[in-house]
Design a binder for this molecule. Structure first.
Ligand code: GLY
Length: 387
């Protein structure tokens, strides 16, 4: 086998591509990743909330099952990766408080609470006073909230670094270049051609390029994943030691219809997110985006105005038509998808790695991931509408 041929070639070196490559290499498959900047992507922007319960939506109960299964795997996943790499991943089992600022927000939270209980999830209703007792920095106007002790957080940048190290230790080869075109030989995917004219061969190609997955040339039109970029602007503030502890858990709310969340790290970083904008490939940080996030976060936690604003950034969530990922084999033998994770990429990293390793070694999705086959869109014609 030449050095440019592998059992598995993963297109995309974000967290989903990296976890896929790591798990594939652990199973004894020779594995390569093609990406000009492995470790980049949406995880460099994401807050890292593991919010299966507080981000529950009507009509997404199937996705809830996958989200919960992945949340359940997190402790063992973190322990394995930490032991292997020596990296601290910033995994913090701190819980989440979702609060309401006015009567409409409170009505919305009450509905969410009912849905959570129907779904058998743990979530406790608190009065405004009880919320402030837990988090004294909350605004006096907070009218009530949901305490969800099972929704945690991880630092996605640290997670990415650990996955890079794990991949390197497992012998994954990195091709630091852009994949331009899928190569098809006979009736199967056979690798990719890169923008600088190289040919990388593989028995199986995994398309794990997030929102870019819908744009790889050479993928038959009917099989292009229907993913689209959904922009999220995110701010990072720093809590100086004299202000600590500022918040002890993730605090979130819907303010004037927009989600806002504050994720406090042990390092003192405070992440505030996120806008949700359908603007194609635009990753500009705008004055309006920063203004709205600070305005909404300030309504929740007025004390943020004292803190240094240390970073502003925008990333692209890979949105799919049903907000759930596309996992597993396609109708083109050798072409496998791991994309469309939308708002849950960090949460779904452990289960995606396990599911993809199963697919790459057996050709089948494990039971827990079967509802997320890309084939679910074939009957609707959505697979014929690339983003
Ligand atoms: N899951 C948080 C976000 O997508 O903004």
């Amino acid at each position: 086998m030449s050095s440019r041929t592998s059992d598995v070639l993963v297109v995309g070196g974000g967290i989903i591509g990296l976890v896929t490559a790591w798990r594939a290499a652990q199973r004894g498959l020779t594995t390569a990743v093609v990406d000009p900047e492995p470790g980049g992507g949406a995880a460099q922007v994401a807050a890292g909330m593991l919010a299966a319960v507080t981000e529950l939506h009507y009509g997404e109960q199937t996705l809830l099952g996958l989200n919960l299964a992945s949340a359940h795997r997190y402790p063992a996943f973190v322990a394995e990766l930490t032991e292997l790499t020596g990296h601290d991943l910033g995994y913090r089992r701190c819980g989440t408080l979702a609060v309401a600022l006015d009567a409409d927000d409170r009505a919305h939270l009450r509905e969410l609470h009912a849905l959570q209980r129907q779904s058998g999830l743990e979530s406790e209703w608190l009065s405004g006073r009880e919320c402030r007792r837990l988090e004294p920095m909350l605004a006096p106007g907070v009218r009530g909230g949901l305490r969800v002790d099972g929704d945690h957080q991880i630092d996605p940048r640290r997670l990415t670094r650990a996955l890079l190290t794990a991949c390197e230790r497992a012998g994954v080869v990195f091709h630091r270049m852009w994949a331009q075109r899928l190569r098809v030989a006979g009736d199967r995917a056979a690798g990719v051609a890169t923008t600088d004219g190289q040919e990388l061969g593989a028995d199986q190609v995994v398309l794990a390029a997030g929102s870019f997955g819908g744009r790889l040339e050479g993928v038959p039109q009917a099989l292009l994943p229907p993913v689209r970029p959904v922009k999220g602007q995110v701010l990072r503030l720093t809590v100086p030691p004299r202000h600590a502890p500022f918040l002890s858990r993730t605090v979130r709310a819907i303010v004037r219809g927009s989600h806002v969340y504050l994720v406090p790290r042990e390092s003192g970083e405070l992440v505030i997110g996120a806008t949700s904008e359908e603007l194609g490939w635009d990753t500009t940080v705008t004055a309006g985006g920063v203004y709205e996030l600070l305005r909404d976060a300030h309504e929740l936690v007025p004390g943020i105005t004292e803190l240094p604003l240390t970073e502003t950034r925008a990333g692209l969530r890979p949105g799919s038509p049903d907000n759930a990922p596309l996992l597993g084999p396609t109708e083109l033998p050798g072409l496998v998808l791991a994309t469309g994770h939308y708002r849950n990429g960090v949460l779904l990293t452990p289960i995606t790695g396990d599911a993809m390793a199963h697919v790459l070694t057996t050709g089948e999705l494990p039971d827990v991931a079967r509802p997320f086959t890309p084939r679910r869109f074939a009957a609707t014609g959505l697979l014929e509408q690339p983003a």
